[in-house]
Write a protein that binds this ligand. Sequence first.
Ligand code: SF4
Length: 707
Amino acid sequence: MAEQQTTTKTTCPYCGVGCGVLATPLETGTVQIEGDAEHPANLGRLCSKGSALGDTLDLGNRLLHPKVDGKRVSWEQAITSVARGFSEIIAKHGPESVAFYVSGQVLTEDYYTANKLMKGFIGGANIDTNSRLCMSSAVAAYKRAFGSDTVPCSYEDIELADLVVLTGSNLAWCHPVIYQRLKQAKEDRPEMKVVVIDPRKTATCDIADLHLPVRPGSDATLFNGLLHYLKKEDYLDLEFLEAHTEGFASATSVAKASAGSIPQVAAVTELQEQDIVKFYQLFASTEKVVTVYSQGINQSTTGTDKCNSIINCHLATGRIGQPGMGPFSFTGQPNAMGGREVGGLSNQLAAHMEITNPEHHDRVARFWKADNLATENGAKAIDMFEQIASGKIKAIWIMATNPVVSLPDADKVKDALKKCELVVVSECEENTDTTALADILLPAAAWGEKDGVVTNSERRISRQRSFLPLPGEAKPDWWIITQLARKMGFETAFPFEKSADVFREHAQLSAFENNGVRDFNIAGLADISDEGYDNLIPIQWPVINKADKGTARLFSDKQFFTPSGKARMISVEPKLPYHQVSDEYPLVLNTGRIRDQWHTMTRTGRAVRLNAHIPEPMVQVHPLDAANFHLVDGSLAEIKSRWGEMIVRVVVTDEQRPGSIFVPIHWSDQYASMARVDALVAAVYDPISGQPESKHTPVSIRAYKPV
Ligand code: SF4
């Protein structure tokens, strides 16, 4: 008789939607994947990537054993080599000479352990994450407006809204299950309206009542214009503004001065005046409005300001904290938010505390019993690699990410790592563009093999559970970090034997001397048992008390986390993107995701059905630009910027705005040489958030003629 198969409830490892997955290993050796109907994020749905998870679990290209200088070694030898390398460099050059670059792919327990080791015990703060590239502008804007990094909404609010504004978000491809939920809600309630603000006519526009193909970089002018319109046409919630906000007078006066009249907004944004009026009237006259924003807003040298210009419009109308209302940033990665909770950014401590806040510093130092807790913020992602290039940082440990492909000015990143004294990479995959430069390789457990939690875009903590044995000598990241910490002499601070131990300590830190502050708080989980952790059902923070079922939305009591308890409206002076087009580089390069690939394709690139969608690097070009630059659909083109060049297949489409081209981010040198688009992207970033301007690099394009 066939053996009974066991089904494990886990969470998808790809985008920030955080869908629940049912994984059932079959006797055939494959794994059956289904959507979890009980998971509140997806209610049984999955997108193409999630559905294909079973196709990506084979062990081809898996890194199965530790390696030092290309030779297989034992874990003991590998950890000793890392500890010796880091300790010697720290002894000679100080804690700022070493760094960890982690990832929104790792679990909260991994993040917590890495952050504790670097900030608490090594004593520097050079730990940052590739999530810096996807959501740090949204984080900085929430902090400015609310006094804390707190996303106010739930996915349910998108379904309850009468108007959903999607700006800088190709939801249909980048957060497909929420797109499915929105589409369904619109079919159920045809009176619901959807406005899409995007230079490109993306798949998301299929459900749009209005598409605004905004000029790249002009978003803040559009939202400043809206704020001015709301005031001028008397759509403000004066009671809310008076009692619960500050900064209104300045924000509206700057909005008026910078945006001006509708014709002036139209001139800057290159939109039709009647379309702008239609959008402003819809927003003004609809009570239940959710504005979803993502990388198209965040990835800019003024990303934080752009986010605040959106939040301002919600505060001006009091549309926050109630069902069907609010500004709602979406994270790109499965655990971008979990990393934020435990100090995964170089300017944070765990539990949403700040390194430079003396009270926070003292609280964390006493909880960790850490005499050496970092006192200054560390390097953000782009600066971290600049400091490697300049020789200031001499050792780096890269966890679960591929910066040689994914960071801007990627050739410079590659050169920096080539020169770096010690490069440690912990990875599931043996051959990536980044592992090729590692001195020490540490085999990490992959999805399906490890246990922990992730937090999705609506603050929902969900378990990732293992359902496959660890292959070869692969180990979970928190375990690897713990071994290093012990080897470096910090045994008592790293007693962790299982992921539940790490999670419990993380929850206890959020409860420690918290004095009832809600903010990020999972005090209700502080004494969770191993069994409770194993059975943890998806729950939205804050979770203040043991009996709490979580918090669907924040600010329903109109109390914010600023010292005054009031939300801050921020005065936003729109600025142009950092680099402008020129005769030499006349087009704007916009980068982003496609529907069926994830990041640098180390996983999704294995699934035949996913590769069938868009099989090779491509550039989308408007027919006018194709004619101007003598490009033929289906031919090859060479794209150049001041930082790098690449070769791609041309797709001529009127979905693209004239003057702007789009290239997906996914391909690497593993596919072909000159396939990395990030080699072209300038490493300029928002001075507040550190997020790079990946949506606006001046480039040239011409037909490719092989020599
Ligand atoms: Fe996974 Fe995101 Fe697709 Fe859900 S929407 S299945 S989380 S990739």
